[in-house]
Design a protein. Structure first.
Length: 276
């Protein structure tokens, strides 16, 4: 890699690299950073949607660069990160946001494949997203790696075995990575959204307390990253809920969820909904 790509020049705006940018939280984060004067490197499978979004919001193409990749395929997302380094330089912030969510039933053979895909995107895909940037950030002595987890990863939810399991893995992975990066000058932040109004939650059959718009989540996430928070639940009310979830005895937790509706399975909808 060209050593010149390891740093941005003084006359360039800071650079943020965001995956899962074609909808929901990723798109809201992209707009938030753009409005704050940042240069964007956005990764999505659906580049056409991103181009439409750029036109809709009058995004300057000189400050927004699109990279097509499938985060569930490590070679694909690693290549996108390497292309960003070569073309734009080393980002100040990398946000691994891409994720999918579907309900699952372990008794159904088809759902094992669904679980495999969810983990490939939400967990392995996050590590692959960070991979190209870890060593250059260590060499520079600064940067932020941001993993989007979920309150759903705090405790298991009926019908959410794949998604809750993947987000629990994300929480533990980011905590491990933070230890790995200690003393390097590189910050690792774990963000745990509560219920956010996105396509991922649109098909949910249960109540969504403290529902937050994607735009408001992005505003608060931007603040948490700028502060250097290690971990942050957004909104704060769900932070209280998450704290209660952690300490509630198993018997009470099981009873509280006894009649909770389950998230639709992929075969229930027949669509690939739930992409962040």
């Amino acid at each position: 890699m060209n050593p010149a790509a390891l740093a941005t020049t003084a006359d360039q705006p800071p650079l943020v690299f965001i995956t899962g940018a074609s909808s929901g939280i990723g798109q809201a984060l992209a707009l938030q950073y753009y409005q704050q004067g940042w240069q964007l490197a956005l990764v999505a499978r659906r580049i056409g949607l991103m181009q439409d979004w750029m036109a809709q919001h009058a995004i300057d193409p000189a400050r927004c660069h699109l990279f097509a990749a499938d985060v569930s395929q490590p070679d694909s997302i690693i290549a996108a990160g390497q292309a960003c380094l070569q073309q734009l330089g080393l980002p100040q912030i990398v946000i691994a946001n891409a994720g999918i969510s579907h309900g699952m039933d372990t008794a159904e053979r088809a759902d094992i494949a669904v679980m495999q895909q969810i983990f490939a995107t939400n967990v392995t895909g996050m590590a692959a997203t960070f991979h190209p940037f870890v060593m250059p950030m260590r060499q520079r002595g600064s940067g932020s790696l941001v993993g989007i987890a979920s309150v759903a990863g705090v405790r298991g939810l009926p019908g959410h075995g794949a998604y809750s399991g993947s987000k629990a893995a994300v929480i533990a992975y980011c905590e491990s990575l933070r230890g790995d990066m200690r003393g390097s000058g590189v910050q690792v932040t774990t963000l745990l959204p509560g219920y956010i109004a996105t396509p991922m939650t649109a098909g949910d059959r249960f109540s969504l307390p403290f529902l937050l718009s994607a735009q408001e989540f992005a505003r608060r996430a931007h603040q948490a990253i700028a502060r250097g928070d290690r971990s942050r639940v957004i909104p704060w009310q769900m932070g209280l809920v998450a704290g209660l979830m952690r300490v509630l005895p198993d018997a009470l937790w099981d009873r509280a969820l006894a009649d909770r509706p389950r998230k639709p399975r992929l075969t229930d909808t027949g669509t690939p909904g739930g992409q962040a």
